[in-house]
Design a protein around this ligand. Structure first.
Ligand code: NAD
Length: 493
């Protein structure tokens, strides 16, 4: 019998025995490290039904917003106490380095606290209505049962940006972990259980796209879908939502530009570019994967970037000193190898990387890679989201050219601008078509700041007050204050 830790789906306040399980692989070792469940159709339906029962139950429906906030505050405290455990599990399951998962999980608690505090700050409105003897006011009510679909990267973070506002708003939810690395969210279920939410408010399941994701997102009892993942899956999700007409928000991928003007102090901004593309081994939706650099500083920047990329400490993601770990799956590495080869064949020049590191050739590691694509602006690595550590470099001479290159993408999630010229910075902020623009920094986030995309990067925003309101619907209430009988509708007045 296997002595690997066993994770279970969490439905209606119970950890359930699933009909199927499999071994989850630690990408750093290539070995199985945990047993994880597969929610089949029936289990997925049971999760939605449980969330619906909780939604209409007096225990939840009559709970005050202040009490919901307190439950979320309690959950945040429990998460903070368990952040090292959550981080260690995320590192084992995804290969993301422990120094990143620890920092991220610690900060996620602030997201939960932010929405906990907002829970009882949502106010209605009184209308100066154009009718006599009528009082009209607006209530904001929870939209209903939410289906949250989470990918395998940054999953605790992507979960918090959904359950924080949804639960604060008074919704209940079914959250689906990614089958590629479900253990962190299933561990999180134990913390939800400890926090004392009424059974069914939070259901956390893992399963495959067809039998679990599709069933949940098309279920008639679902009113809202919050999806993070790739654009292809998003198209399926939209089709699924045609079944239940649920509201949908989509946080998808990106091909984010980082524009560097020739007035910068190169030494002070190299770390920004490196963090943007090699942080999380490039497996980040906001990866700054297109470096658009002024021709005058291109050589200096490339040589400094190359030196920095080659000095990054590659190693075991579970060690605090490691700066760079493996990719999450073999399929990821193979996709990157194919796109890099295609780009070089099309005329891109390899500046550094472009292969698996020798010490880890049998595993899912891939070197920090820089491709000079200035002669092939339509190279595969420039146009496709690799979701990996590959920086494609392009050059420009004028501001207009920089904008045209930056916006030459079907995505629009994030963008970076490095310049000392404040007027130019403002022109670039207006011109770049993306949901986030960072100026002289990159990859900074906060629960207060909305996050989301344009174009194929999706729609809807996560973070900020609006994201909470997006889990609510407005109800107009009309009260007749007159003592007069209601006039006969068939008599002219
Ligand atoms: P994916 O699209 O393959 O899967 C995402 C989730 O969708 C998984 O849980 C999967 O099981 C589920 N799914 C699959 N088929 C489904 C269906 N028919 N119905 C419902 N759900 C279904 O994405 P991934 O490979 O796990 O993650 C990588 C992608 O996510 C990248 O494109 C990345 O850019 C994107 N991403 C975006 C953000 C953001 O906030 N914008 C953040 C992280 C990742």
């Amino acid at each position: 019998m296997s002595d690997l830790p066993v994770f279970r789906n969490y439905i209606n306040g119970e950890f359930v025995e699933s009909s199927q399980q499999y071994e989850s692989i630690n990408p750093a070792t290539g070995l199985a490290w945990a047993i994880v469940p597969v929610a089949d159709k029936a289990e997925s339906e049971a999760a939605v039904e449980s969330a619906h029962r909780a939604f209409v139950s007096p225990e939840w429906a009559r709970m005050t917003a202040t009490e919901r906030g307190k439950l979320l505050f309690r959950l945040a405290d429990i998460m903070a106490e368990n952040s090292d455990v959550l981080a260690a599990i995320e590192t084992k399951d995804t290969g993301k380095i422990i120094r990143e998962t620890r920092a991220q999980v610690a900060y996620i608690c602030e997201y939960v606290r932010y929405f906990a505090g907002l829970a009882d700050k949502v106010e209605g409105t009184h209308l100066p209505i154009d009718k006599q003897d009528m009082e009209v006011f607006l209530r904001r009510e929870p939209i209903g049962v939410v289906a949250a679909i989470i990918p395998w990267n940054s999953q605790m973070f992507l979960a918090a940006t959904k359950f924080g506002p949804a639960i604060a708003a008074g919704c209940t939810m079914v959250m689906k972990a990614s089958e590629e690395a479900p253990a962190p969210l299933l561990e999180f279920a134990r913390l939800v259980d400890e926090a004392g939410f009424p059974p069914g408010v939070f259901n956390i399941v893992s399963g495959y796209g067809q039998d679990c994701g599709k069933v949940i997102t098309s279920h008639p009892l679902i009113s809202r879908i919050a999806f993070t993942g790739g654009p292809e899956t998003a198209r399926h999700v939209i089709h699924n939502s045609a079944e239940n007409l649920a509201d949908v928000s989509l946080e998808l991928g990106g091909k984010s530009p980082v524009i560097v003007f020739d007035d910068v102090d190169v030494d002070s901004m190299i770390n920004g570019i490196v963090a943007g593309i090699f942080g999380a081994t490039g497996q980040s939706c906001v990866a700054g994967s297109r470096l658009i650099v002024h021709r005058n500083v291109k050589d200096e920047i490339l040589s400094k970037l190359k030196a920095k990329a080659e000095s990054i400490l590659i190693g075991d993601p579970e060690l605090m000193e490691t700066e760079y770990g493996p990719l999450a799956t073999v399929a990821q590495v193979e996709k990157i190898e194919r796109i890099v080869a295609e780009s070089i064949a099309a005329g891109a020049t390899l500046v550094t990387g472009g292969k698996r590191p020798e010490d880890y050739a049998d595993r899912t590691y891939y070197l920090p890679t820089i491709l000079d694509c200035s002669n092939v602006e339509d190279a595969s690595s420039v146009t496709n989201e690799l979701f990996g550590p590959v920086l494609s470099v392009l050059t420009f001479d004028t501001e207009e050219e920089a904008v045209a290159i930056a916006n030459n993408t079907r995505f629009g999630l994030a963008g970076g601008v490095f310049t000392k010229n404040i007027s130019r910075a403002h022109r670039m902020i207006r011109a770049i078509r993306s949901g986030v623009v960072w100026v002289n920094t990159y990859r900074v986030i906060s629960p207060m700041a909305p996050f989301g995309g344009f174009g194929e990067s999706g729609y809807g925003r996560e973070g900020g007050i609006q994201s909470l309101l997006d889990y609510m619907r407005t109800k107009s209430v009309w009260i007749n204050t007159s003592e007069e009988p209601i006039p006969d509708p068939y008599k002219m007045r």
